[in-house]
Design a protein around this ligand. Structure first.
Ligand code: ZN
Length: 183
């Protein structure tokens, strides 16, 4: 990450909105924002493969559900936060990963400029690629600040997205079960 570029950009941005970047409250803001970017956009240099490569063998391939994985992301259209919960279910094919690793994988894709539909698909694709389970379902529910603090201003409204892969794509019974488990 090029922190000097971020600092210059933030200074210009502040000037652009008519602020004085030299005033006391703002003087260190470019530096603070640059440091924050390392964290909130850190997923750009992260690797889901790294988190998902440590696997355990299992005998029974029953559905595994990790729900309520809290995440924070940034809408790439407005650079405002969107945040909520990701729920991941998969039917293993002899291999599983530690539950915290799923949350780590979510972070890799959430901590970058993002759109929710794409985030949902990227998580499902990463699981497919690195764990190769029989089936995957990912559901994300999120609130978008670009819809609540500006524009149509609908606080509390949630956007829900799904991605389904493998055997779960045709299995509506299992999809229903997934939805029931989320209640
Ligand atoms: Zn937006």
């Amino acid at each position: 990450m090029d922190t000097e570029k971020i600092k210059t950009a933030v200074k210009l941005f502040l000037e652009g909105i008519g602020e004085d970047p030299q005033r006391e409250g703002l003087i260190e803001t470019p530096d603070r924002v640059a440091r924050m970017c390392e964290e909130i956009y850190g997923g750009l240099s992260g690797s889901a493969q790294e988190h998902l490569s440590k696997q355990f063998s299992v005998d029974n391939n029953e559905i595994i559900l990790e729900k309520d994985i809290t995440f924070y992301s940034t809408c790439e259209h407005h650079l405002l936060p969107f945040y909520g919960k990701a729920h991941i279910a998969y039917i293993p094919n002899g291999k599983v990963v530690g539950l915290s690793k799923l949350a780590r994988a979510v972070e890799v894709y959430a901590r970058r400029p993002q759109i929710q539909e794409q985030l949902t698909g990227q998580i499902a694709d990463a699981l497919e690629k690195y764990i190769a389970p029989q089936g995957i379902m990912v559901m994300i529910e999120a609130e978008h600040m670009c819809m609540t603090m500006r524009g149509i201003k609908k606080p509390g409204s949630k956007t829900v997205t799904y991605a389904v892969r493998g055997c779960l794509a045709e299995d509506t019974d299992k999809q229903k079960m997934f939805m029931e488990m989320l209640r």
